[in-house]
Design a protein around this ligand. Structure first.
Ligand code: NAD
Length: 500
């Protein structure tokens, strides 16, 4: 089991890794047509791991052609659900079988602790694909309640060519949330991983092939957003873009769609989630611990991070004391060390962006009460310590904009209505939490919070059975649960006249 490996064991495994670094089109690895590559950097050390194919329009054209041909051929798209199930289960089993290697790739590529990639990212990714595999031969279509003169069959059909453009914070997991339902419903699929973290997406392509997914059904085009991403977004023969990433880029995809073939677009975008702790929370220490993990987990590079701690004034000091205690234990370390709870920021740009927000917070008059610095510079990588601001007003930049780093903004309130008002006062609506033992208050707050997920007396809990996605400018469309299948299928009504 990978989780039991020591730092030395992970390091020696890392030293022998062979990187897959090309595109995967039509069932085989190929270089970019232009021959261009880009550096894939380990953010923990600043060293180059490998050179990855930099795909552009020509490669995207090849991938779409392969995907379309596979779809038309029907080997996958018209295969019985029970058969697709077996192949996807094998795919999930292969991800599990290679979990040590995949966890290592994820950590080296992205900087997250090996403890997380081996215990969270990889097993949840395999579990997600397996869940959709198991669902696909248990989902029934419908017959409309017409009169006796007709039968109307309401069926869901695969869309055709689905392209997923994903971010770097949970590279394998965000991809799997799209791979599972898109493939289970019979589509052909093209993955465009983020340029900061393409390695696991490229590696699983051959596992998909080994599992029996036909050539052309699963393709990967690594490359930059402005080239590979835009080419997919504007392609006349892509039927759907499933996007996860920033709100800014999400809006580009709406524009690309409008200016090309009106392809379907689903958007899972940014967040600025309020974590509301009321004085009557059932366990204030548990609430404070969850608040700390809710912002420091994955270096704060989490779309639903609880980046705004909205806490009742009377209990603020007690809550912050506990947050600091967790923060002290979570000082950044070598991501390959199984004891590390906080790794490196994904790259220099992201580190500088986060440090810029810390500066902005200070300048706007928020009180920096914990952390705030770049650390471990001697390692050559990009680390930021857990950081907490107190005395934040919800109008400040650090309360309104997504920082995407381990930076918590503390805002106080006096009554539940004010807390909800502050909670809703950003452009985002991805997630929210409320802590209170008063069930009426909890229900009223959860109903009033404009967010796709509201946690009550917990933070960031969930499972594949429950949908995930945003309100407002956090996007639309849902990942996870059976609802995700709606994104990858067209609803067709076949009206059969049987009357006179
Ligand atoms: P990003 O928007 O910069 O990039 C996401 C993807 O879009 C990448 O693959 C990138 O190459 C591509 N891209 C970038 N510019 C493009 C362009 N002009 N045209 C086409 N494609 C382009 O986001 P990121 O920095 O990789 O990830 C962080 C963001 O992702 C945060 O805002 C975070 O909240 C969000 N996110 C959301 C969820 C969710 O489920 N809602 C989950 C994870 C991350």
């Amino acid at each position: 089991m990978s989780a039991a490996l020591s730092l030395d064991a992970w390091k020696s495994q890392a030293a022998t890794l062979a990187y897959r670094n090309q595109a995967f089109i039509g069932g085989k690895y190929v270089p970019a047509a232009s021959g261009k590559t880009f550096d894939c950097v380990n953010p923990a050390t600043g060293q180059v791991l490998t050179q990855v194919a930099a795909c552009d329009q020509e490669d995207v054209d090849r991938a779409v052609k392969a995907a379309r041909a596979a779809f038309e051929k029907g080997t996958w798209s018209r295969m019985a659900g029970a058969e697709r199930k077996k192949i996807l289960q094998k795919f999930a089993d292969l991800i599990d079988k290679h979990s040590t290697e995949l966890a290592l790739l994820e950590t080296l590529d992205m900087g997250k602790p090996i403890r997380d990639s081996s215990k969270i990212d990889v097993p949840l990714s395999a579990g997600c694909i397996r869940w959709y595999a198991e669902a696909i031969d248990k989902v029934y279509d419908e017959i409309a309640p017409t009169g006796p003169e007709a039968i109307s069959l309401i069926r869901r059909e695969p869309l055709g060519v689905v392209a997923a453009v994903v971010p770097w914070n949970f590279p394998l997991l965000m991809s799997s949330w799209k791979i599972g339902p898109a493939l289970a419903t019979g589509n052909s699929f093209i993955l465009k991983p983020a340029e900061q973290s393409p390695l696991t997406g490229i590696r699983i392509a051959e596992l998909a092939s080994e599992a029996g997914i036909p050539d052309g059904v699963f393709n990967v085009v690594p490359g930059f957003g402005e080239t590979a991403g835009q080419a997919l977004g504007r392609h006349m023969d892509v039927d759907c873009i499933a996007f996860t990433g920033s709100t800014e880029v999400g809006k580009y995809f709406l524009k690309y769609s409008g200016e090309s073939n009106m392809k379907r677009v689903s958007l899972e975008c940014g967040g600025k989630s309020p974590n509301i702790i009321m004085a009557d929370a059932p366990d204030l220490d548990a609430a404070a611990t969850a608040a700390a993990w809710g912002i420091f987990f994955n270096q704060g590079e989490v779309c639903n991070a609880g980046s705004r701690l909205i806490v009742e004034e009377s209990v603020k000091d007690r809550v912050l004391e506990k947050v600091f205690a967790v923060g002290k234990k979570l000082q950044p370390g070598d991501p390959l060390d199984p004891k590390t709870g906080l790794g490196a920021m994904v790259d220099k740009t992201q580190m500088e962006r986060v440090l810029g927000y810390i500066d902005a917070g200070k300048k706007e008059g928020a009180k920096l009460v914990f952390g705030g610095n770049r650390v471990r510079q001697e390692a050559g990588g990009y680390y930021i310590e857990p950081t907490v601001f107190d005395g934040v007003s919800n109008k400040m930049k650090i309360a309104q904009e997504e920082i995407f780093g381990p930076v918590l903004s503390t805002i106080t309130f006096k009554d539940a209505d004010e807390a909800v008002k502050i909670g809703n006062d950003t452009i985002y609506g991805l997630a929210a939490a409320v802590w209170t033992k008063d069930i009426t208050k909890a229900f009223k707050a959860s109903a009033a919070l404009r967010a796709g997920v509201v946690w009550v007396n917990c933070f960031d809990n969930g499972s594949i059975t429950s949908p995930f996605g945003g309100f407002k400018q956090s996007g639309f469309g849902r990942d996870k649960s059976l609802h995700a299948m709606e994104k990858y299928t067209e609803l067709k009504a076949t009206w059969i006249h049987i009357g006179n």
